[in-house]
Design a protein around this ligand. Structure first.
Ligand code: MN
Length: 255
């Protein structure tokens, strides 16, 4: 099996190294990842400018490229033949903070996996709920076991087209993880505040500051189940149509 690994934190992030090491026994691993952090870039696509791909020797014995584009560019490069081989499965992550609920539309990690389905590849996004820990201090060892188990389970089953798995892992020691739950998207609560400062030239600049997001703790939701110590497995579809609203919308007076 040919596995592509990418992420949105950049090729130098500790999480991608953890994912590479977890995936090594599962197939032939190749890495294409951004040369810098693109977190929260959504389903980005580079148009109207060239993309450079530099080979890097970061992972022992593994073909790897740093791209001056975003996460879904990396997936698209592989899907469009850059590697001169067919990739079967794209693994994205491991993101050092959760990608739950409405995070999925912001997330470069999740959208790099969704991009795979456009180019006839399968995709899984992995995130660990360690947002309160500095990214270079996160212990990924329990998450690596989750990656291996998830990929093995994934490969003995079949997902519908344009569907990926969004996997969120609680930041618990391995033995404290309670198991796996199939979840729906929950309710993220964003607590950003606009932080306005003044630059040395007297001009204001703006940060999305404030506190980290929280989420609901309901049973069956992605944020609720990782809160309780379960690995959350959410199927995510590329089609954003609100089907349940279509019938009501057709009754509006459109003429
Ligand atoms: Mn990220």
């Amino acid at each position: 099996m040919e596995i592509l690994i990418t992420n949105d934190d950049g090729i130098y992030a500790p999480g991608i190294r953890a994912l590479v090491d977890a995936a090594r026994p599962l197939g032939t691993v190749t890495v294409i990842a951004p040369d810098r952090n693109w977190s929260a870039c959504g389903h980005q696509k580079s148009l109207g400018r060239p993309l450079r791909a530099d080979p890097v020797a970061l992972f022992d014995g593994i073909e790897a490229y740093a791209i001056d584009g975003g996460p879904s560019d990396c997936t698209a490069m592989a899907g469009l033949g850059f590697l001169k081989k067919k990739i079967d499965l794209v693994l994205s992550g491991i993101n050092p903070s959760a990608n739950v609920s409405r995070d999925t539309t912001y997330s470069g990690t999740v959208n790099a996996a969704l991009e795979a389905t456009i180019w006839d590849m399968k995709g899984i996004a992995f995130s660990i709920d360690a947002g309160s820990v500095k990214p270079d201090a996160v212990d990924f060892s329990a998450a690596q076991q989750v990656v291996r188990h998830t990929v093995e389970t994934f490969l003995s089953n079949e997902l519908p087209p344009f569907t990926v798995l969004n996997v969120n892992i609680p930041y618990f020691p391995g033995e404290a993880i309670k198991g796996y739950k199939v979840t729906r998207s929950g309710m993220r609560v964003y607590r950003n505040e606009l932080d306005i400062r003044i630059d040395p030239f007297g001009r204001p600049y703006h940060w999305f500051g404030g506190l980290p997001p929280t989420g609901d703790t309901e049973s069956g939701t992605d944020c609720g189940e990782i809160f309780r110590g379960y690995v959350s497995i959410t199927p995510v579809h590329l089609d954003l149509t609100a089907y349940e609203t279509m019938a009501a919308l057709e009754k509006w007076n459109w003429d």
